[in-house]
Design a protein around this ligand. Sequence first.
Ligand SMILES: NC(=O)c1ccc[n+]([C@@H]2O[C@H](COP(=O)([O-])OP(=O)(O)OC[C@H]3O[C@@H](n4cnc5c(N)ncnc54)[C@H](OP(=O)(O)O)[C@@H]3O)[C@@H](O)[C@H]2O)c1
Length: 242
Amino acid sequence: MNRPYIFCHMMTSLDGKIMGPYMETPEGNAAGDVFYHISFGKNPYYKHQGWLSGRITTDDNFTFYEKPELNEQAPLVPEGDYIAKQAGMYYVSVDPSGRLGWKNSTLTYVDTTAHVIEVLTEKASNAYKDFLRRLGISYIIAGAEALDYELAMSKLKNLFGIETLMLGGGGILNWSFIQAGMCDEVSLVIAAAADGSLDTPSLFGVRDGLSCNKAVGFELQSAEVKDGGSVWLRYKVSQQSV
Ligand SMILES: NC(=O)c1ccc[n+]([C@@H]2O[C@H](COP(=O)([O-])OP(=O)(O)OC[C@H]3O[C@@H](n4cnc5c(N)ncnc54)[C@H](OP(=O)(O)O)[C@@H]3O)[C@@H](O)[C@H]2O)c1
């Protein structure tokens, strides 16, 4: 397999929501700790070298909808990918058009530090690639207009040595990867909490042009009761559709 092993690791409310006030309840906080320690911290279950996030997840958590500081007069950057450095952990950001206003090439999530890799398509401008180079942020180019999943995943493995990759949301990214056959396992921590919101995104979400509502089956691998009444479910993606 010329790509990393890909597991989708997420926390949800009882009704499958991936954000919202339920996260601030004692049960939500307990599930948040369970979620973190399965994949990060000192003794994680998964030993991955990077995690992948959609552009909205990155804007909500790390770049806060800031505009990138572009120099439209920048000289043409060299063609192809840019490997700024190798690292023990990578934050891989799917940002096809090059919109994210990074300030730094490194981020810290709780107590995990990671080097940023941007996944661009050929839609991203020269000025945006110049912006990333000035910050020392690595980037790969995968696809003309739409993301070329196979190319992106093979580059992560071959250029950065990522053997295991966490698919880390949001719902739009998760579902597009599952439908593209690019997810091997789903690891789900369900909090014993809910807030009933109709507006917050769910674990999986269709986005026209990226995915559709073709059904997928999952095969249960394990189920464990965890702190705060949360449960940890692991499923193989079986790719059976109806
Ligand atoms: N509970 C949890 O465990 C958890 C984990 C992660 C995130 N979250 C939350 O989830 C929320 C965001 O989720 P979301 O579903 O709305 O958005 P998302 O998946 O984070 O981002 C969607 C965007 O990412 C890009 N993208 C995703 N898949 C793509 C593909 N296959 N090809 C090309 N581009 C692709 C597109 O960017 P462009 O629009 O630029 O084209 C798309 O609009 C955030 O609030 C975050 O905090 C929760």
